[in-house]
Design a binder for this molecule. Structure first.
Ligand code: FPP
Length: 255
């Protein structure tokens, strides 16, 4: 479990503190151009790099992206290998730049199925950026929401700690950041696909047809503007929420 991420500043009012993204549509972007699917993933890394910069500029404190799901092993071997290679390459290319800009990297996910070379890359990037506190960038790799709940429950069972909402939250792979405020899914599909199942209980959802490689500052701003108009009620009535009545302790944990 990673130590808590304490951001150097809070976002301005109306800007989400934690944004999560299902970066979907790389394959279709490539196929439309008669390119191999991996070419779409490569452009996806560029879109991610731009999105990180936009989040820094808008003072978002945490960005969590779904880079490889526990179900992505079912893809053709060539694509799985391509994604592993891309991760190693992206780390060697981007970590110095991320480090310079105050980004701290985390890789929530099941490492036991990854090669020693990939695990080494993840560990080195985490260690190299551990001193940063402007933005937490969680690159979920071999991650699944169900895996996360199961590993958290197992962890609690091993320690004998009582299972409560609080203790289970603290045992998840995202315990170092608060729950996401906004979850964006690109690519037009309207589902969560086993992403942050536990953490997104009260997250605002935003879906766009934009394919991930085409995602840019303007697309992010559309999502942020939409978010700023949402009324987050956490189970209260619209009137209670508008009057700013305090939430009870259980609800505050998800806020
Ligand atoms: C879903 O698009 C995307 C993925 C499975 C991979 C996401 C990876 C990146 C954006 C690159 C960043 C990754 C690393 C390794 C840092 P899809 O292939 O399902 O697209 P489709 O729905 O159009 O087929």
């Amino acid at each position: 479990m990673a130590s808590p991420f304490l951001p150097s500043s809070q976002p301005p009012k109306g800007v989400p503190s934690h944004v999560a993204i299902v970066m979907d549509g790389n394959g279709r972007w490539a196929q439309k151009r008669w390119l191999p699917r991996v070419a779409g993933h490569k452009r996806g890394v560029d879109a991610l790099q731009k999105t990180v910069q936009c989040c820094l500029d808008r003072r978002v404190s945490a960005l969590t992206v779904f880079a490889f799901s526990s179900e992505n092993w079912n893809r053709p071997t060539e694509e799985v290998t391509g994604l592993m290679e891309l991760l190693v390459m992206a780390l060697s290319r981007e970590v110095p730049n991320l480090k310079k800009h105050g980004v701290r990297l985390y890789f929530p996910g099941n490492r036991s199925q990854l090669s020693a070379r990939v695990v080494q890359g993840l560990e080195a990037a985490e260690a190299d950026t551990a001193g940063n506190n402007r933005l937490a960038l969680n690159v979920c790799f071999n991650y699944g929401g169900r895996w996360d709940v199961v590993q958290a429950a197992r962890r609690l069972a091993q320690t004998g700690r009582e299972i409560t909402e609080q203790s289970l939250s603290e045992a998840t792979a995202l315990s170092h950041v608060g729950d996401p405020d906004l979850l964006i899914r690109t690519g037009g599909e309207l589902r969560i696909s086993n992403f942050l199942l536990w953490q997104s209980a009260y997250t605002e959802l935003y879906f766009t047809d934009c394919l991930w490689p085409d995602f840019d500052a303007a697309e992010l701003d559309k999502a942020l503007t939409d978010f700023s108009g949402r009324q987050r009620r956490f189970g209260q009535t619209a009137e209670q929420s508008a009057a700013g009545e305090p939430l009870d302790a259980a609800e505050q944990r998800h806020a």
